[in-house]
Design a protein around this ligand. Structure first.
Ligand SMILES: [Zn+2]
Length: 225
């Protein structure tokens, strides 16, 4: 059938498709509807007991170089307050939360997509849709031991793109699975839901209410640090 389509039509179609892709990638997707005004809060300002290990501000991440200029973490206020409640509840078991990432500017999501091989893209968000991190409504975290201050062992490393990252993964040690499940229970008690292929990633329940953001860290937190 292709032979019946005039060549100039095919070229026009190709140009339109290429143009469409370029436009979609140029900035955050525009979404219809009304959204709540963003109110990004710095987590350590709400509770200094929340530990940070902002891997994207270091070279210890899957990109292999720092992509955040500052090691800071933000969430929309209701999510930040829910996280503080989970952190305080976990103290009863001897743990605190160790946050790897919260709000993520959209431009960084776009970068992750571009550097991730096609067969691993189930583990990163499509920039054409944005991510819940872009909305300030997702947090990546683990636990730290309150006595030693050290990060605990979980069934997989953070950002590991393998089945070990699944919250349902049955391997690893019993202690690792218990800690993973303890984190999940504490987060779910505060209204978060776990991502089906990442034990460390939790979404807040009203993420649809917030727009995709692309404000860089440097412009956030005046008076909130
Ligand atoms: Zn995440």
């Amino acid at each position: 059938m292709m032979a019946l389509v005039p060549r100039h039509r095919i070229l026009l179609l190709a140009a339109l498709l290429a143009g469409g892709c370029a436009r979609a990638q140029a900035g955050p997707p525009r979404e219809p509807g009304r959204f709540r005004a963003p109110d990004l809060v710095e987590l350590t300002a709400l509770d200094p007991g929340i530990k940070l290990d902002i891997r994207y501000a270091t070279d210890r991440n899957f990109v292999g170089r720092p992509v955040y200029p500052e090691a800071r973490a933000f969430l929309q206020r209701p999510a930040a307050e829910a996280l503080v409640r989970a952190h305080r509840a976990l103290a009863g078991d001897g743990y605190g939360v160790l946050v790897f990432d919260g709000y993520r500017p959209w431009s960084i999501t776009k970068l992750f997509w571009e550097v991730t091989p096609r067969d691993k893209r189930a583990f990163v968000a499509d920039p054409r849709k944005g991510s819940k991190h872009n909305r300030g409504c997702a947090v990546d975290l683990s636990l730290y031991d309150l006595k030693s201050g050290k990060e605990v062992q979980m069934p997989s490393a953070y950002d590991e793109m393998s089945p070990r990252a699944y919250p349902s993964y049955a391997g690893g040690t019993a202690e690792e699975r218990e800690r993973r499940d303890l984190l999940r229970t504490a987060m779910e008690a505060q209204g978060f839901t776990v991502e089906p292929n990442e034990w460390w990633h939790f979404n807040c329940k009203d993420w649809k209410s917030y727009p995709i953001g692309d404000v860089p860290f440097e412009e956030l937190g005046a008076g909130k640090r």
